[in-house]
Design a protein around this ligand. Structure first.
Ligand SMILES: C[S@@+](CC[C@H](N)C(=O)[O-])C[C@H]1O[C@@H](n2cnc3c(N)ncnc32)[C@H](O)[C@@H]1O
Length: 887
């Protein structure tokens, strides 16, 4: 068969047999490749009828069509051709090096010996920098092109200009847009439809940084350089190897490295990358090389999505999670405003390379955590993958996926590689058909419905949280009659065998799972749509109904069942801290900022579920280095250099004054204080950033407060909330009286500090505040410990005191002018060793001169100071807390 171009047909079909025919023709033509000047040789081969007709046909093909892909789906060789075809379509716009390399690859895939002249030609072009990077169109239709070549290629270029401009002037060869517009006669109404086609390639590779491997060379040599965004930790481990690789191929290598731990996954890291990409003048069609794990895949991919609105990137995956999930994922993102993955864009890499070589530097705990994402694909998409996992078992962890102590080419080596490949296949099949998540039938969300409710709270590695979700999900599936009891136990077995968790003590609080379900349902457009195995292992169904009562009952049964499994169902090293990672409270820290942000910017903030995606909550290493210098000389030097000068303005008497009590006499008013806040801007924010973050329940209070249009600054906030919680815990308080509930922040903080059988009684007179508070308590993990009393606190506390109620802590935060009354009642109700804490005690300094509360607070502080029954300390926490106890 000879290749022809049917000009009248316009769009041409290209199938594997066209490649075969082309190869047959050009194999013979190989002998005509002239020696000498590489440019002349390229021009000569481009004039060959067999080659030119093939290229012209490719340029008119609809290479992204599903039926074309189906034609090439029978084997790996055909798939390689499909990948070549997707690039040959744009041959006018390809650099000569890339085109020659593609052509030699096509011939070599059929006959390596016959391809030698073509391979040699490609190498000659690669060696000629100017020619290597020159766009083919300059050689065939440019001003200085040979007339004989123009005769062959110009007419087709005209055709493309009119009918398929992408093929002639693409912005990038990896994307194609389409759409249509219909408008009324006067154009006052317009209906439009737009679509984008994105192409990508994924390969499981071996030793990609070995200079003999040409995958990265072939991509970057024609581009004149490689700009790389590298995870700082990976840079330390593989930076030199990366550099050596590109140096050996004489490709300028421009590397930028970034710390990519979970806590760095925010917009500031993305911004840094954007600035650096611009600084390097990266063009919008120059694929950036991204090297790293899950966080890097998310953040680096997001930076590329934003840069020039979208810039292609090659993802070199170095962890299991990035290798089979976050790496090829189109869902690039970063955290913000207290929510995981709240900012993002759908932007898959143009090429994903997964190389097990990098797994050798992963901790075993991280390997185990990564396997959870493979199990989810096996259970919902691919029973052969599941069987492979059953066969491989714990050895996958022990050998780091066949990398350690396993012979290359052995059965286990092949099995390990096929597990990675199948998991990747299942994942992208689920993702790419639903690129913009326009529907919720997403098998890869198996295990991710209930786990966000407890993952961070329990400090679990993402993989362990997901495996608990998968185990419980499998149980529900069994109860629904969707899978047999045997399949249910097979699923639990696979999870347990690799050391992943089936249960965790956090499940004793079913509320967190229920809250996650509620939020997930909201996020999934009103449907629970929980993916579960259905029919058999490897097939997926969706559970859309699960009442709270059923969740709680089935959870109890599930936990009981798991006791029969090794370790009672517990995982090996399930917590982040177990594998040397930062506790996820560092992630929750973002939530802390959100409390502030939401209170400041109002309800426009995102309602994303604080959820981990595939890349989990901390798959990267903790790169903090110990200082290790405890030398006292160093300390004294520092005092001399830094601190003496900083304290220069201080007099010896003022310094002494801070060491002893200032004996002030009572005054009618507090001293003048020319500020409206106690701290300078930045001080509290810094303190907050360094404080254990508030949980999602507090973010919820902040959100509900703003949504109800209540005055958010009334809340005690994140720093003081944490302080109250810790005070209750440290003093082992069991009963706390919280006077002045507002929307419940302080009450919930105390509830977090008292034991499971403890109680917080909180009093609120305002119905709207009390309603919001009750709603927030109901939705929270510790709300069941809180009793909300509605009514006037003046009356309620008197009655409580009269009836002999006792409390370990009495917190005053209602009407400040009545603090003296609450104080007296509080003293009566204090249990042995109990505390009174009066909030806003330093507001006497910052409230306006004409504000009566200012004087009332001042009088109250003086009253306590004069009270010989107690000792007290005025704490400069937030707006001041007067801490009092009986002596
Ligand atoms: C500063 S806010 C309390 C803030 C709360 N502790 C928190 O952390 O969110 C004071 C609350 O006390 C309530 N309040 C004021 N006087 C009261 C009274 N006599 N009886 C009951 N509640 C009162 C107000 O309605 C208001 O909601």
């Amino acid at each position: 068969m000879h290749i022809t171009l049917d000009k009248s047909a316009g769009v041409q079909v290209v199938q594997p047999q066209h490649f075969a025919a082309f190869v047959t023709d050009v194999k013979e033509a190989g002998s005509v490749v002239p020696d000498g000047d590489a440019k002349t040789a390229v021009e000569t081969v481009l004039a060959l009828p067999a080659l030119s007709t093939f290229l012209l046909r490719c340029s008119r093909a609809d290479v992204f069509d599903g039926s074309v892909a189906a034609d090439f789906s029978s084997n790996t060789k055909d798939l390689c051709m499909l990948r070549s075809l997707k690039q040959l379509k744009y041959f006018y716009n390809l650099p000569a090096g890339q085109l020659m390399q593609l052509l030699s690859g096509v011939v070599a895939s059929d006959d390596v010996v016959a391809a030698k002249p073509w391979t040699a030609l490609a190498e000659r072009v690669f060696a000629d920098e100017e020619l290597c990077t020159m766009l083919i169109k300059h050689l065939i239709i440019g001003k200085t092109a040979r007339e004989s070549l123009k005769d062959i290629y110009e007419e087709n270029a005209q055709y493309l200009l009119e009918n398929d401009p992408h093929a002639l002037y693409p912005t990038s060869i990896y994307r194609q847009g389409n759409g249509h517009v219909t408008s009324s006669d006067d154009s006052s109404r317009i209906e439009g439809v737009m679509s984008t086609t994105i192409t990508t390639s994924i390969e499981i590779v071996r030793d990609v940084l070995n200079p003999k491997n040409h995958q990265l060379r072939d991509m970057y040599k024609p581009l004149k350089r490689c700009v790389a965004v590298v995870d700082e930790r990976l840079d330390k481990l593989y930076g030199q190897k990366l550099c050596d690789y590109f140096v050996s191929h004489d490709i300028p290598f421009e590397k930028m490295s970034y710390r990519c731990m979970e806590v760095d996954k925010d917009i500031s890291t993305v911004e840094k990358m954007l600035v650096d990409l611009k600084g390097r003048r990266v063009s919008r069609n120059e694929p950036v090389l991204i090297v790293g794990g899950g966080v890097m895949a998310d953040v680096g991919g997001f930076a590329c999505a934003l840069y020039h609105r979208n810039t292609p990137y090659v993802m070199l995956c170095t962890s299991i999670v990035s290798g089979i999930d976050a790496g090829p994922s189109p869902r690039t993102c970063c955290d913000g405003l207290g929510y995981k993955n709240v900012f993002g864009a759908y932007h898959p890499p143009v090429l994903t390379l997964t190389d097990r070589y990098f797994f050798r530097t992963l901790e075993k705990g991280w390997i185990r955590h990564g396997i959870a994402e493979i199990i989810k694909m096996a259970v919902t998409k691919d029973h052969t993958l599941f069987e492979a996992l059953e066969e491989a078992g714990q050895k996958l962890v022990d050998t780091k996926f066949g990398i350690e102590g396993v012979e290359a080419g052995s059965r286990f080596d092949t099995l390990s590689e096929s597990i990675i490949a199948k998991a990747m296949d299942g994942y992208v099949r689920s993702e790419y058909g639903n690129l913009w998540e326009t529907h919720q039938c997403r098998p890869h969300a198996y295990g991710h419905t209930w786990s966000p409710g407890f993952e961070l709270q329990a400090g679990l590695l993402h993989g362990h949280a997901v495996s608990i979700g998968m185990g419980y999900g499998a149980y529900l599936s069994f109860l629904e009659g969707w899978i047999s009891v045997t399949d249910f136990h097979r699923i639990l077995n696979v999870i347990s065998t690799v050391g992943l968790s089936l249960v965790h003590p956090i499940l004793d609080n079913p509320n967190s799972l229920w809250q996650s379900q509620v939020k997930m349902t909201e996020k999934r457009g009103g449907n629970l749509c929980a993916p579960l195995p259905r029919g058999s292992i490897g097939k997926c169904g969706y559970l859309n109904d699960l009442t709270r009562a059923r969740l709680e009952a089935t959870l109890i049964d599930y936990k009981e069942l798991c006791k029969a499994y090794p370790r009672g169902g517990a995982g090996i090293e399930p917590h982040c801290r177990d594998v040397g990672l930062e506790d996820p409270s560092t992630v929750k820290q973002h939530a802390d900022h959100a409390v502030h942000a939401i209170a400041t910017i109002g309800p426009a903030a995102s309602d994303e579920v604080p959820e981990a995606n595939g890349n989990g909550n901390g798959v990267e290493a903790n790169g903090v280095e110990a200082n290790g210098n405890g030398n006292s000389n160093v300390y004294n030097d520092w005092i001399a250099k830094q601190q003496v000068s900083r304290n220069q303005g201080a007099t010896s008497s003022s310094l002494m004054a801070s060491m002893v009590q200032i004996q002030a006499k009572d005054t009618e008013a507090p001293p003048a204080f020319p500020h409206t806040t106690l701290f300078h801007e930045g001080g509290e924010e810094y303190a907050q950033a360094m404080t254990t973050a508030a949980s999602a329940d507090f973010v919820n209070i902040a959100k509900e407060t703003v949504a109800a249009d209540l005055f958010a600054p009334c809340m005690v906030g994140a720093i003081e909330g944490q302080f109250l919680k810790m005070m209750a815990g440290m003093t082992k308080s069991k009963r706390v009286l919280d006077i002045g509930t507002f929307t419940g922040y302080s009450a919930l903080a105390f509830a977090g500090g008292v034991p499971a059988d403890g109680e917080v009684v909180t009093i609120e007179a305002d119905k709207k505040c009390a309603d919001v508070a009750q709603k927030c308590f109901d939705a929270s993990a510790d709300g069941s410990k809180i009793k909300l009393v509605r009514g006037d606190a003046m009356k309620v506390v008197s009655e409580m005191a009269d009836s002999g109620e006792k409390f370990d802590i009495v917190f005053l935060d209602a009407d400040k002018v009545n603090y003296a009354h609450y104080y007296e009642a509080g003293l009566k109700m204090l249990a042995e060793g109990g505390l009174i804490m009066a909030d806003n005690a330093l507001c006497s300094l910052v409230y306006a001169d004409d504000d009566p509360v200012r004087l009332a607070l001042h009088a109250f502080a003086q009253k306590v100071r004069a009270d010989t029954r107690v000792e007290q300390v005025m704490l400069t926490v937030r707006e001041g807390i007067l801490l009092v106890r009986r002596v």
